[in-house]
Design a protein around this ligand. Structure first.
Ligand SMILES: Nc1ncnc2[nH]cnc12
Ligand SMILES: [Zn+2]
Length: 334
C-alpha cells in the first residue's frame, strides 16, 4: 500500500505520455513532428518554463474529441491511484483548446467521462479547476469563463498558469472577481519563476486560497511569516522544479527549509509525463534525496488533504486524514 495523498497541482494536459500522444495522433490523423516515442522523449530537455510550454502546447494538437480527453484523464487516474492518490484536483487549460477549435463542451464532457467514474474505477475522488493562460489577455480569460458557465456544476475553481514572468496576477483582477462572484474557488501559480511580489499580489488582488509553487517566497522572510500565519497552502512540485531549472538539483530544493519554517507545503507532480514522475515518485524522490523523515512525509500527506477543496465533503476528508494517520511505512512505494 502507498501513503494516501491528495494531488492538488496537476495539469491534465501534462499527463500526456508519448505513447498516448502517438495513439491519439493516429486516431485523429494528426502528424507529429517526431519520428517515434523515443524521438519525442529526446525533446524533453528543458531550459526553463517557456521551453517546456512550447512542447506542451504543441502536443495538445492530438487532443480533439471527448473520448481523447476521457482517455487522457482515465490514464492519469489509473497511474495516480497506483501511487496512493486518493483525491485529485485537476487543472485544465481551456483557452489552449478553444484556440484550436475544440469547444469547452468537448473538453469538460470528455474529462467528466473519466472523472465521473473515477471513484468506482480507481477509488480516487476528483475536482476540476480551469486555468487561465496568463500570457493571453484578460479578455480571452473572461471569454473562457463565459464559455464555462454551462458547466459550472462540474468546475470547482479557477487557476492561473503558463508563462509567469511579465504577466503579474493583477492583470487578472476582474476575471478573478467574476469567478468569485460565480462561487468558484481561486488558486494561482505564483513564485515559480516570478518574484515573491507575485505571490503577495495573488493573495491580495486575486484572493487566492492556495498558491501553486510559491517556491520563491523563501526570498522574502516577511512573506514566509505571513504564509505561515495565514496557513496558506503551497502546492510544490519538486521534480518539475528540477526539470524546469527553478532549482539546480533536487538536493538544493528548499522543501526541508520550507517545512522547518512552518509552511503548509504539499508535494505534487505538475506535468508528470514531462518531468519524470507522478505524485508517489515525487514523494520518493524527496525522501531519498532530501532525507525527509517519516513524520515529515506523513505531514506532507496530511497537508494535502487539509489543503484540498473538500469543504463540501468533510466526512470524506476526515476519512482520508484517518487513513494517513493509520498508514504504516513499509516496503511499499510511497
Ligand atoms: N509548471 C507550470 N507552470 C506554469 N504553467 C504551466 N502549465 C503547465 N505546467 C505549468
Ligand atoms: Zn503547474
Amino acid at each position: 500500500m502507498s501513503l494516501p495523498k491528495a494531488e492538488l497541482h496537476l495539469h491534465i494536459e501534462g499527463t500526456l505520455e508519448p505513447e498516448l500522444a502517438f495513439e491519439l495522433a493516429a486516431r485523429n490523423g494528426v502528424t507529429l513532428p517526431y519520428a517515434d516515442t523515443e524521438a519525442l522523449r529526446e525533446a524533453y530537455r528543458f531550459e526553463d518554463l517557456q521551453s517546456f510550454l512550447d512542447l506542451y502546447y504543441e502536443l495538445m494538437a492530438v487532443l480533439r474529441t471527448e473520448q481523447d480527453f476521457a482517455d487522457l484523464a482515465d490514464a492519469y487516474l489509473a497511474r495516480a491511484a497506483a501511487q496512493g492518490v486518493r483525491h485529485a484536483e485537476i487543472f485544465f487549460d481551456p483557452q489552449a483548446h478553444l484556440a484550436r477549435g475544440v469547444s469547452m463542451g468537448t473538453v469538460v464532457e470528455g474529462l467528466w467521462r473519466a472523472l465521473g467514474g473515477s471513484e468506482a474505477r480507481h477509488g480516487v475522488s476528483t475536482r476540476l479547476i480551469m486555468c487561465f493562460l496568463r500570457d493571453e489577455s484578460a479578455e480571452s480569460a473572461l471569454a473562457a469563463l463565459e464559455a464555462a458557465k454551462p458547466y459550472l456544476d462540474r468546475i470547482t475553481g479557477v487557476g492561473l498558469d503558463s508563462a509567469e514572468v511579465g504577466h503579474p496576477p493583477v492583470k487578472f483582477r476582474e476575471v478573478y472577481e467574476a469567478a468569485a462572484a460565480l462561487g468558484l474557488r481561486r488558486v494561482a501559480h505564483a513564485g515559480e519563476e516570478g518574484p515573491p511580489e507575485y505571490i503577495t499580489e495573488a493573495l491580495d488582488v486575486l484572493g487566492v486560497e492556495r498558491v501553486d509553487h510559491g517556491l520563491r517566497c523563501m526570498e522574502d522572510p516577511a512573506l514566509v511569516e505571513r504564509l505561515v500565519r495565514e496557513r496558506i497552502p503551497l502546492t510544490l512540485c519538486p521534480l518539475s522544479n528540477v526539470r524546469l531549472r527553478a532549482v539546480d538539483t533536487l538536493a538544493d530544493h528548499p522543501l526541508p527549509a520550507m517545512l522547518d519554517a512552518g509552511l503548509l507545503c504539499t508535494v505534487n507532480s505538475d506535468d508528470p509525463a514531462y518531468f519524470g514522475g507522478y505524485a508517489g515518485d515525487n514523494f520518493a524522490a524527496v525522501q531519498q534525496t532530501l532525507g525527509l523523515s517519516r513524520d515529515r512525509l506523513r505531514e506532507l500527506a496530511r497537508n494535502s488533504f487539509l489543503a484540498s477543496f473538500l469543504e463540501d465533503d468533510e466526512e470524506r476528508r476526515a476519512r482520508y486524514l484517518a487513513e494517513v494517520e493509520a498508514y504504516e511505512f513499509g516496503e511499499g512505494v510511497l
